[in-house]
Design a binder for this molecule. Sequence first.
Ligand code: SAM
Length: 282
Amino acid sequence: MNYRHHFHAGNFADVVKHVLLTGLLAALRRKDAPFCYVDTHAGCGIYDLGASAAQRTLEFKSGLGRLKAATTEAPVPWVADFLAAVTALGHERGGFWYPGSPWLAQQALRSGDRALLMELHPEDAGLLRQHLARHDNVAIHERDAYEGLTALIPPKEKRGLVLIDPPYEEERDDYAPVVKLLQKAHAKWPTGMYAIWFPIKDRHAITRFYRRLRDSGIPKLLTTELCVLPPDNRLGLNGTGMVIVNPPWQFDADCRKLLAWLTPVLSDHKQAEWTVEWLARE
Ligand code: SAM
């Protein structure tokens, strides 16, 4: 486990992931019944963008920096809600901080809602506890998501969201372990909502990933992609994707509006592109 999210916090992929997460959490809040949020790969919860890791890469400049500098209004409220969360965290902590998925989720919980957070790296799990353990409605599990997720679901609330956000070290080639994890989880909790983040570095890997997902037989699979560079550029991370299982009503239409607006905000490249497509319906 070499991956440390501190170097990448607030980059374009984080920003797209966290705006979509904000939209999914808003949809869960539309109903009064309590929900449970599960984060399989939680990270540290919040990130100090003034610290040396973030300052060394400056990745946040082409993500959060560009989003903050957008001159037109976003077509969905999630962007403003996400930026308000960034500002609120800055006021709470003082300085230049970036909210990770656990912090955004905790902010969205109402009384009766819960968050279950898994993080395997001992140092990151310690920071996660430091940042979020004070909240009664948050439980932190220092454990491997690949065995932990199916042990924790279905939650007693019966409704909620699982964010699967691995570092793609072992999952690199065809993301097969992620699809297997989703299949096991979906068998235990078919009505849960699942959001799987994935990197776009090589189009062939994504094609194989989508084939595995379609072959899984899991219905209601929506995929969203935003590429800031041509998808087969060999320089590194070209795009960011999220597959959503059991998405909220009209989430596909909202994502189309969002990504059409967000793509030119995050990239000047003439081959920057986005897609929102169903991999499987009912
Ligand atoms: N979800 C976080 C967010 O959006 O703010 C970022 C998570 S980061 C991409 C991935 C995290 O997964 C890292 O903190 C890493 O230590 C952790 N991790 C790696 N392998 C794991 C495993 N098998 N189970 C649980 N956590 C793991």
